[in-house]
Design a protein around this ligand. Structure first.
Ligand code: FAD
Length: 310
């Protein structure tokens, strides 16, 4: 009997499936405890990397550093630090990048970031800062041989006048040294594949890793989708209908919906996934389990942190 892993791998054309997890820096000791229990739970799944976001306008700078540093010190996971161009001079950004290299970090997710005046305002670069994400990618690569990932938008960036402009910018980021794009979350896989066709038609050949957001709080997800102009299919809304006061059932539905999305992507050849964990392990752990991604047999069981240093 083939195992789940073999079955999925066969569906993915024999190529192994890999995952990465995104976290955000915690604000309070309680949130820190939740984050670390999630990291401990997910670490044995041996993600390719775990990334830590950078708050809008650099608002989480210290907390992002502290979280990344703790991952380096206390786990065997490969951290990727998000970094934006917003509200900082090149010198300040370069110091941060050098600090990461010295701390043992080898992967940066390089972003322009949202306009300092808030989403919807025109983007104004810092007068002495990196003016664009492509410039930041080049700057990071000049400092050291970092792996650099960047963003991609299957439904177009909300500021973008056209897909062509988005593709120009993605091309510039790859030309500057980015080796992976991670997408904004999406709920309609056809939109991802249409975008991927455009990317490949342009001759951009880096992996375009789908960003998967398991939705358990539908209202919250819909607000996020509205802000980021992400299409929410009607069928998705209907799956959560009548469950506002029933978080337990919502969680079961959330796992089923996200698994359905991921399996469809696997069936259509995708082998790498980036999960927006929202610092919670349970849904992502369940989806990975269904994908055949399990802790090593010897370390099996909740809370056993094979990827966490003793
Ligand atoms: P870019 O890829 O540089 O540009 C995005 C789009 O903006 C372009 O495609 C284009 O449409 C338009 N644009 C940019 N420059 C120009 C120009 N010169 N002329 C015309 N149009 C232009 N935000 C955070 O604050 N912290 C994070 O940690 C963070 N992590 C993210 C991770 C991922 C995987 C993704 C997808 C997004 C993340 N974001 C984060 C959000 C991101 O900062 C915002 O979407 C921001 O508005 C754009 O940054 P970017 O690097 O994606 O922009």
């Amino acid at each position: 009997m083939p195992t789940d892993t073999e079955r999925r791998s066969r569906r993915a054309g024999g190529r192994p499936i890999s995952v990465s997890f995104e976290f955000f820096p915690p604000k309070t000791p309680e949130m820190e405890a939740t984050l670390w229990s999630s990291i401990t739970r997910l670490a044995p799944l041996a993600p390719k990397f775990v990334s830590v976001t950078y708050g809008a306008g650099g608002s989480t700078r210290e907390r992002t550093h502290a979280t990344v540093a703790r991952i380096v010190d206390e786990t065997r996971l490969a951290p990727a630090a998000h970094l934006t161009c917003v509200a900082a001079s090149r010198g300040e950004v370069d110091d941060v990048v050098r600090g990461y290299w010295d701390a043992g970090v080898r992967h940066i997710v390089a972003l322009r970031g949202d306009p300092p005046g808030g989403v919807g305002q025109a983007y104004e670069p810092h007068p002495q800062g990196y003016a664009s994400s492509a410039e930041l990618v080049a700057g990071v690569r000049r400092i050291a041989n970092f792996e650099v990932s960047v963003s991609a938008y299957p439904e177009k960036h909300p500021e973008s006048p056209s897909f062509e402009v988005d593709l120009d910018i993605l091309q510039a980021k790859v030309d500057a040294g980015a080796s992976r794009a991670i997408t904004q979350c999406f709920f309609d896989n056809d939109l991802y594949f249409r975008f991927l066709d455009k990317v490949r038609a342009r001759g951009i050949d880096v992996p375009v890793v789908p960003g998967i957001l398991p939705v358990s709080n539908f209202k919250q997800a819909r607000n996020f989708a509205e802000k980021t102009a992400t299409y929410m299919p009607e069928w998705l809304a209907s799956r959560f209908e009548g469950l506002d006061g029933d978080p337990e059932t919502r969680k079961l539905i959330a796992a089923a919906v996200a698994a359905e999305q991921v399996f469809d992507l696997v069936d259509r050849g995708v082998t790498e996934f980036h999960f927006y964990t929202l610092n919670r392990a349970d849904l992502v752990y369940a989806i990975c389990h269904l994908l055949g991604i399990r802790p090593p047999a010897a370390a099996e069981g909740p809370g056993v942190a094979a990827g966490v240093a003793a």
